[in-house]
Design a protein around this ligand. Structure first.
Ligand SMILES: Nc1ncnc2c1ncn2[C@@H]1O[C@H](COP(=O)(O)OP(=O)(O)O)[C@@H](O)[C@H]1O
Ligand SMILES: [Mg+2]
Length: 314
């Protein structure tokens, strides 16, 4: 499949000398929801600003639907809608006027039917004559999305769409984004909420210190990097772990009533059978076992931690 966005060797050093991106390569597939996940300052906004042609890269190339974002800016940009992180919504204009005006900026002929369709899709139709500044925060965000979609782009960027938004509104936003994807739009969102990436994305790219640390199908990521934990409920509490069990990745929990065994799902042998045999030899009896998969949260923390350790080492 031809990627709809192709990012090659993108680097960015800002005028002050700060390097925000170091040689990023990334391909986005048509029709997917891609989440760029990373902590504040990781370089998410810089990267999508470069892809959208708002910030010039220091090195590298971006193709949007085959068009070079720098050399063929207009052609590339016409395919792209961007909902920026900062909302600029102090407008006296009506929703309808604003969204139509945005379309005009792209040199597109008016298309009231299309604008009506997106306003309805975003549950903004009832508000089409309201002044933007009179709308609630959630409605303003929808207007920003409608503006970004006004020129019929096939690729939509959402920079931190739910930062500072309450839980209910976040769910609404997720629903809306899914709806947009159904209508054929490719979606790239940035987030520092793991939950959001986990909930929304088909694929996840983890970015930290300007480097794309990893890009993976969400499910594969959860599976591949996911450590599993086995909680072993003991018959009677232990004070400490016997020496004979030191080879196992074990923790004593719940005041000695539980042992937590962490193992790697990628390894051929989990070591569980061996552990249970050792427990038996040590006379440690258990009454219950259950396993749990680690969340993306833990994976993320591990990755970021690993990345930091590597940075310090080299
Ligand atoms: N215009 C700029 N000039 C200098 N440094 C910048 C500029 N914009 C962003 N940065 C720095 O680049 C890094 C990445 O910023 P940004 O891309 O906004 O990260 P994120 O969106 O992941 O929070 C940060 O350390 C930020 O301070
Ligand atoms: Mg940002």
């Amino acid at each position: 499949m031809q990627p709809i966005i192709s990012v090659q060797n993108i680097g960015k050093t800002y005028a002050g000398g700060f390097t925000a991106l170091k040689s990023v390569d990334l391909e986005i597939n048509p029709g997917e929801i891609f989440a760029l996940l990373g902590p504040n300052g990781a370089g998410k906004t810089t990267l999508i600003s470069i892809i959208c042609g708002i910030v010039n890269p220091t090195s590298g190339t971006v193709l949007a639907d085959g068009h070079n974002i720098q050399r063929e800016f207009r052609a590339a940009r016409s395919k792209i809608g961007l909902v920026p992180q900062e909302l600029s919504t102090d407008s006296f204009e009506s929703v309808w006027a604003t969204v139509n005006f945005s379309r005009g900026l792209f040199g597109k002929a008016p298309n009231p039917e299309y604008i009506e369709k997106i306003l309805r899709q975003l549950s903004l139709w009832e508000k089409k004559d309201s002044r933007i500044m009179a709308l609630s925060g959630g409605m303003k965000r929808r207007v920003m999305i409608a503006k970004a979609l006004s020129h019929e782009p096939t690729i939509l960027f959402l920079d931190e769409p739910t930062a500072g938004v309450d839980v209910e509104l976040r769910r609404d936003m997720w629903e809306m984004v899914r709806g947009l994807r159904e209508s054929g739009v490719t979606i790239i969102l940035t987030t520092h909420y793991i939950e959001e990436a986990e909930e929304m994305a088909d694929r996840i790219g983890v970015i930290n210190h300007g480097q794309l640390v990893l890009v993976e199908e969400k499910n594969t990521l959860m599976h591949k990097l996911g450590k599993k934990q086995l909680a072993i409920q003991l018959q009677s509490p232990v004070q400490s772990l016997p020496e004979a069990l030191s080879a196992f990745d074990l923790e004593v929990a719940d005041e000695g009533n539980q042992l937590i065994y962490t193992f790697d799902t990628q390894r051929e042998h989990t070591g569980i059978a061996e552990l249970l045999r050792h427990l038996d030899q040590q006379g440690i009896e258990f009454k219950d076992l259950h396993s749990s998969e680690s969340s993306l949260e833990e994976i993320f923390v591990n990755l970021v931690h690993q990345n930091q350790t590597e940075q310090q080492a080299g």
